[in-house]
Design a protein. Sequence first.
Length: 599
Amino acid sequence: MTQPVLVAVAWPYASAEIHVGNITGSYLPADILARYHRLRGRDVLMVSGSDSHGTPVTVRADEDNSTPEEVYKRYHAGFIELFQKLGLTYDIFTSTHTRTHFDVANKLFLSLKENGYLYTEESKQWYSPAQERFLPDRYVEGTCYFCGKTGARSDQCDHCGHLLEAEKLIDPKSRIDGSTPELRETTHFYLDLEKLEEPVTEFLRERQSYWRPNVIRQSLGQIETSGLRGRPITRDLYWGVPVPVEGWEGKCMYVWFEAVIGYLSSVVEWSQLHDDPEAWHHWWTNQKSRAFYCIGKDNIPFHAIIWPAELIGVGDSFDEKMGATDPQPLVLPYDVPANEFMNLEGKKLSGSHNWAVWGLDFLERYDPDPLRYILTVNMPETRDSDWDWEEFYQRNNNELVATWGNLVNRVLSFAFKHWDGTVPIPHALREGDLELLQTIRAGFKTMERYLEAVKLRAALLEAMRLAGEVNKYLDSTGPWFEIKTDKDAAAKSIYTAMQAIDWLKIIFAPFLPHTCEKLHAYLGHEQPIFGQLVTREIEDDLGTHTVLLYEPGESLSATGEDLWQPIELVPGKAFKQPAPLFKKLDESIVAEERARLGN
């Protein structure tokens, strides 16, 4: 088997629809990365699922007069529909409300406990006298005692990124009725982060040379500034994974501790569904495995500090509990390429005020690849970015349609007409032809450097630049004029352009998979580049849940061969009559879409 690559994707709360900010923040980057590594012939697993137990789910259930299970299943179904339409190739998209997840979470919890990294302590938690219950952290909001911003949850401030201690929150209010809660004593398990601080710090220092500055700042920077202290990992909740300790009935694992375990449990579930229950070791105990965590910046502390601490703390105990005869420690994150936020028309996205571009709504009117394109060229990798409908309209028409789509359509249509649907036979290529092909060859290496470093925005801009180079070549050779006096010369020009297009198809494929599959077929290739997404209904003692699965089938990316290289387009090969890859948009869509915002 080749190098294992785990692409771990942020788990969406199953309590709200997904908008473009969510997509560009974590879901789309993960798919681009997964598709690229599949093209390299690597053993890729892209995993995630619905965070079914987050307090946003119970908040939504209270608002809808529903149950948390009904809420999570409703939104989970919408996520799967969106991901299928957008072409996000999850090897498994599951949920945290499965027996496999419960079992894996229990084993990891008990491993930490037995290894001495959990302790119990009385603490104060916000309690609502009116509702006669303890309030989860997301039910309480106030002013952050670090940055002074309002709207901070009692466990984390999304504005400055600091993890918070509930009792220090300034001016706390219940989100349910606006009343002021009171602090009451309760007993919980704590993760002993103070004891784990040294190995977590060492882990981060080993990665600071290539991790993004914002990730290092919110992880290693925070540790060096204020150190780590124990944090509670249980809560007085009725919806979640029960604490697997006798006498702790009525308490569940805290969602920030439990949800990240899904990266492990989803791979275990994938292995079970593929009738190879030990396969999960290939990604989780093989020290050659590289694990990438695609998340938004609000989740950095949980993925760069808390999750590594959990993994370090269990050592090889978890593998032993899974029945391994030679237990091994679990693989730590290789990279956490967290993105910043995307704004909308110069203002912060707000789902409650409908100041958002919703994924499923967008796809009712537009194709998926233009969405993938605009979100990648504007990906907030190092700073916040902005979605602007005017820019979407301009980039669609000037770049997707005019630069890339028109290049493909005019070259293939011209070749189909003048060489009877076969690739022209060029005989000896000229110096200019060879120079262009060398430029595209070099593009593979440039793109490789960007993609290995998860610089997706720069990579896509480079791909479009290469397409522009082919257009410049055609402007200089003019095969439309050569055909009138020298068909052999025109054959050289068109063959060179078709060869470049066939190579660019691979370069663009991780970003624009739908149209690249069409182009692949137009060029006469029968074996698809990528596999297909399917759904399956799984039943266990917790009920029935739907999973989304990527099936590689007989695709080129499933062969294990490295496709990230220029492969010759055979002269004389038959190909199909093409059709335009992209739709030109009317300028009126800008005003129409802006009118939808906020309504």
